[in-house]
Design a protein around this ligand. Structure first.
Ligand code: SF4
Length: 257
């Protein structure tokens, strides 16, 4: 079982030069959330209160200048119905300052429709990066209990794509043993890239025995054999589109593979 904490690669450095966040906590409450782990470690939230999203008024109200390089927004919470209003205020300031913004989210269709409508004139500054980790709603419901199901996420991807936005997907952490069925399903709606990464951290406190299979499944799919299979399969695609994340490369390097 994955109980050892491995070195975390948050994705930030691979994707952007800086991050902006405007809420503390995230109602999706993913069982592998590193931001939650850090918030608990530094006594900012507890296991129970992480789900309640508190606006960071300072970050919502302040001004944003043009930054060097790409800005990832958000990185430690999601754009949900409760955070949408604050996120739109911040996004507007970032875009008005001329920033290139990577919008990362487990997409809710209504939120994406609103963002697409509001910022259509700035769409050349926006790239969506939707996190879609599995085709299986059973796996999504377990690992990302309050995030949207697969159908809503792919519909959001299709919507943004059809509106002419730049689109990309993060399959991190991949939850299907073979993530390439998902890759093939998403591929037609991608203008930029699809990133595949592994689960780096998982909350293992008080696991109920009825859920043990979910954890065993993650251990199995993160075996070096399966990771090697994934790296090899990725070579069948354009390497500028199908990207393997450092979380996989680092694991394989660490194990001298
Ligand atoms: S969506 Fe991201 S920030 Fe929110 S709980 Fe899941 S992993 Fe954490």
């Amino acid at each position: 079982m994955l109980s050892k904490i491995q070195k975390i690669t948050l994705g930030t450095k691979e994707w952007a030069d800086s991050n902006v966040n405007c809420y503390l906590g995230c109602s999706n409450n993913c069982r592998y959330c590193y931001a939650k782990k850090m918030a608990i470690r530094f006594n900012r939230r507890t296991e129970d209160t992480w789900r309640i999203m508190i606006p960071n008024q300072k970050n919502i109200k302040k001004g944003y200048a043009k930054r060097k390089g790409r800005v990832m927004f958000p990185s430690s919470h999601d754009i949900t119905y409760e955070s949408l209003e604050g996120c739109i205020i911040v996004l507007e300031k970032l875009l008005n300052a001329g920033n290139d913004v990577l919008i990362t989210t487990k997409p809710r269709l209504k939120c994406i429709k609103k963002i697409c409508r509001l910022f259509f004139k700035k769409k050349e500054l926006i790239q969506f990066r939707f996190t879609i980790t599995s085709l299986s709603n059973e796996l999504l419901k377990f690992w990302e209990p309050f995030a949207p199901l697969f159908e809503e996420r792919i519909n959001a991807l299709k919507f943004a794509f059809n509106k002419g936005y730049m689109t990309s997907v993060s399959i991190e952490p991949f939850l299907d043993e073979d993530p390439f069925t998902l890759v093939e399903t998403l591929y037609p709606y991608i203008t930029e890239s699809i990133w595949i990464g592994k689960m780096n951290y998982v909350f293992t406190k008080n696991i109920k025995s009825k859920f043990i299979n979910f954890y065993n499944h993650i251990e199995k799919i993160n075996s070096k054999e399966n990771l090697l299979r994934i790296v090899k399969r990725a070579k069948n695609y354009d390497e500028s589109i199908i990207r393997i994340k450092d979380s996989i490369h680092n694991f394989l390097n660490k194990n001298n593979i």
